[in-house]
Design a protein around this ligand. Structure first.
Ligand code: ADP
Ligand code: MG
Length: 238
């Protein structure tokens, strides 16, 4: 059963079509990774799923309900950005609770969820710090924490590790894989890092110029790439 479905989804900016009819089925609990060159439309697709960008035509459904015009806060989705986008004047605790406070969630419940996320991400000792007192990896964990407290069914990650140095990237990749198992959540993840894609994904979606070139497991894509472009991107010998 598919949890999230895209049917012939298109996006134009002015006269320029940047997403050209994307069809996709994502199952509950799946870890789906989008790869493709810069400018191919990965972020645009993610932002349309999140509701931060209008869909020009086509349908987005979640649990068989049409989501095209549903408010972002009512889609059961939380997005983690590359830039972290933490509030500099707020502590880690306040950053993680902010969206819930904004949504009117009771204080006791907010504290409970913040502590739960802090435990999962090992942020307990850092709750009273401000973002500038954190390392890059710690900031990224706070950004993930802000998503976790919302108890989304679906997490969207847009190149979450690309601002980290190589060593930290490997560490965070393992953390994200662990998180996926622990939360049993659906994750849709954009990266241009082939190793991240091959190690994290249940399913990889290879995009080029607004079109999906191939969808498959890492092994499928490696063993049987649809064309030279996919082969080149995945690194298989075809
Ligand atoms: P990716 O995330 O794969 O690098 P994007 O989704 O950011 O690609 O961009 C896809 C295409 O859409 C690019 O050509 C980009 O210039 C264009 N684009 C993205 N956002 C806008 C916008 N707000 N206005 C006009 N063009 C945009
Ligand atoms: Mg992008």
């Amino acid at each position: 059963m598919s949890e999230l479905q895209l049917s012939n989804v298109r996006k134009s900016y002015g006269g320029l079509e940047v997403i050209k009819g994307v069809d996709l089925d994502i199952k509950s609990g799946e870890f789906v990774v989008f790869v493709g060159p810069s400018g191919c439309g990965k972020s645009t697709l993610l932002r349309m799923i999140a509701g931060l960008e209008e869909i020009t035509s086509g349908d987005l459904t979640i649990d068989d309900m049409l989501m095209n015009d549903v408010d972002p806060s009512k889609r059961g989705i939380a997005m983690v950005f590359q830039s972290y986008a933490l509030y500099p004047h707020m502590t880690v605790r306040e950053n993680m609770g902010f969206a819930l406070r904004f949504a009117g969630v009771p204080k006791v419940e907010i504290e409970k969820r913040v502590m739960e996320a802090a435990n999962i991400l090992e942020l307990g000792p850092l709750l009273d710090r401000k973002p500038k007192q954190l390392s890059g990896g710690q900031r990224q964990r706070v950004a993930i924490g802000r998503a976790i407290v919302r108890h989304p069914k679906i997490f969207l990650f847009d190149e979450p590790l690309s601002n980290l140095d190589a060593e930290l990237r490997v560490h965070m990749r393992i953390e994200i894989a662990r998180l996926h198992k622990q939360l049993a959540a659906t994750i849709i993840y954009v990266t241009h890092d082939q190793v991240e894609a091959m190690t994290l994904a249940d399913k990889i979606v290879v995009m080029r110029a607004g079109v999906v070139e191939q969808v498959g497991s890492p092994l499928d894509l490696y063993d049987d790439p649809a064309n030279l472009f996919v082969a080149g991107f995945i690194g298989s010998p075809k």
